[in-house]
Design a protein around this ligand. Structure first.
Ligand code: SAM
Length: 275
């Protein structure tokens, strides 16, 4: 199905950027993630992915795919232990994780994003038994009330929470821990200097202006006491996965500069009854 011309400029544009990076990675000589679903999606969207504004974000490609790779592994690990889980992927954009991962048959997967994004998403991906899309702000309480709470839950929020206000993050994650009896939450968080700098971004890059910063997992445990930290790591610590030796060298250098090394961290939390 044709998508019609896509013309997002605000935070919704950022999901075209992450999709583009996954697609480019999958077409590179040494893919990190190998997301062919993203490459197929890019081909179906009426949007100029060769534009200057899109190419100007190329420096973020490795960060985007390293983040996705680690989250895929954590998600796969949870689903091996809980093959009947419910998965909520919040701020899913056009991410095809539900199709990229080898899901156990009984998994129930919900992809949630703003209505305009889900409208576009429905032109690219189809619902099927065990897979649904929900067009709503994640800050709206109604969508969560629709999700059956009878199974362990895996919540993924990749590149989302930094765009919300702290009180919205607290309310959303607290609501989830209250609705389900147990599960895991996987997400990334930007440190405070990154959020401060992002707020000064000019022109088209202003779509990346962030609101919520987090300087380590202890802050999250303080904000949402129901959460127990299982793991946290800097995205740059994953540079060993980069096949291109020049790019890997750049990331190894970044990983030695304390300020840059920790700019984006990945978090894995558990709550309630979870094993
Ligand atoms: C950086 S993109 C990440 C998309 C996807 N997770 C990925 O990795 O490709 C941020 C996404 O968050 C979504 N988003 C921002 N605020 C939201 C909200 N209040 N409710 C639902 N989605 C939201 C945007 O529409 C966008 O799709």
């Amino acid at each position: 199905m044709a998508t019609g011309t896509v013309d997002f400029t605000d935070v919704k544009w950022t999901m075209l950027v992450t999709l583009y990076h996954r697609a480019r990675d999958s077409r590179s000589a040494r893919p990190i993630l190998g997301d062919t679903v993203a490459a197929e999606a890019v081909d179906r969207i009426d949007y100029d992915f060769d534009s200057f504004r899109m190419r100007a974000t190329s420096g973020d490609r490795a960060l985007v795919v390293l983040r996705a790779k680690q989250l895929d592994e954590w998600a796969g690990d949870f689903l091996t232990r809980h093959p009947e889980a419910t998965v909520l992927q919040l701020g899913c954009g056009l991410d095809g994780r539900a199709f990229r991962l080898d899901l156990p048959e009984r998994v129930r997967w919900f992809d949630v994003d703003l209505p305009e994004v889900i409208e576009l998403r429905r032109r690219i991906y189809e619902e099927r038994p065990g897979y649904r899309m929900i067009g709503s702000s994640v800050t709206d309480p109604e969508w969560l009330a629709e999700i059956p709470a009878d199974r362990p839950v895996l919540v993924l929020a990749e590149g989302l929470l930094m765009y919300l206000e702290q009180e919205q993050v607290r309310t959303l994650l607290t609501r989830i821990t209250e609705r389900f009896s147990g599960g895991e939450l996987l997400f990334d968080g930007a440190v405070s200097w990154v959020v401060r700098v992002s707020r000064m971004l000019p022109g088209f890059t202003s779509a990346f202006r962030m609101n919520w910063s987090v300087d380590g997992g202890a802050e999250i445990e303080h904000l949402i006491p129901a959460l127990r930290r299982l793991e946290e790591r800097a995205v740059t610590s994953e540079s060993g996965r980069i096949g291109d030796p020049v790019l890997r060298g750049v990331y190894e250098l970044i990983a030695r500069i304390p300020l840059l090394k920790d700019s984006l961290r990945l978090y894995r939390f558990a709550f309630g009854k979870s094993a």
